[in-house]
Design a protein around this ligand. Structure first.
Ligand SMILES: [Zn+2]
Ligand SMILES: [Zn+2]
Length: 139
C-alpha cells in the first residue's frame, strides 16, 4: 500500500517539524525523521516537505542562503536571519505587528501573506564577531 505509507511518512515529517522552533534545514529534519523511519530517503523528505508547503501545512523559508529551511508554525509571523551562520528565529510580534494582507494593494497580484525579514547576527556569531573571528557578510 504505497499510498498509505506516503501519508504516514508525511504525517511523521509534519509531526517532527512542528515540535521544533529552530526552522530546520531539510538535512536537520531528515536526521530526526530517520530516527523514527530508518529507511526513509533524503529525497522523500524533500518531496514531502515541498508537498506540505504547497498545501500550506508548513512554510518554506526561501531566503535563508542556499539552505532551504522549513517552519511548522503557519501563523503569520516574521523572521530574523543570522547573516553569518544562517540561523533563523521568530521575530516577536511586538517588534513588528502583523500587517493585514487586505491592506496591501499590489497591481496585478493578490496578496496572500505579508512577511518581513530581518537580517542580523545571532548571539554566538555576535560573540565571535566581537572577538574579530568573523566578518559580517555584506548582502
Ligand atoms: Zn549566527
Ligand atoms: Zn517561524
Amino acid at each position: 500500500m504505497p499510498k498509505t505509507r506516503m501519508t504516514n511518512q508525511r504525517r511523521i515529517i509534519l509531526e517532527e517539524l512542528r515540535k521544533l522552533h529552530t526552522h530546520p534545514t531539510v538535512d536537520e529534519l531528515y536526521a530526526l525523521v530517520k530516527t523514527r523511519m530508518p529507511h526513509i530517503s533524503l529525497g522523500t523528505v524533500y518531496r514531502n516537505l515541498d508537498l506540505l508547503a504547497e498545501t500550506g501545512k508548513v512554510v518554506k523559508l526561501s531566503s535563508a542562503g542556499n539552505m532551504r529551511r522549513f517552519d511548522g508554525n503557519t501563523a503569520p509571523h516574521h523572521h530574523i536571519f543570522c547573516k553569518v551562520c544562517g540561523r533563523v528565529a521568530d521575530v516577536p510580534s511586538s517588534a513588528f505587528p502583523s500587517v493585514p494582507r487586505e491592506s496591501v494593494q499590489i497591481p496585478g497580484f493578490t496578496v496572500t501573506a505579508v512577511r518581513v525579514e530581518y537580517d542580523g547576527l545571532c548571539e554566538a556569531c555576535m560573540t565571535r564577531a566581537e572577538k574579530g573571528e568573523v566578518q559580517e557578510q555584506a548582502s
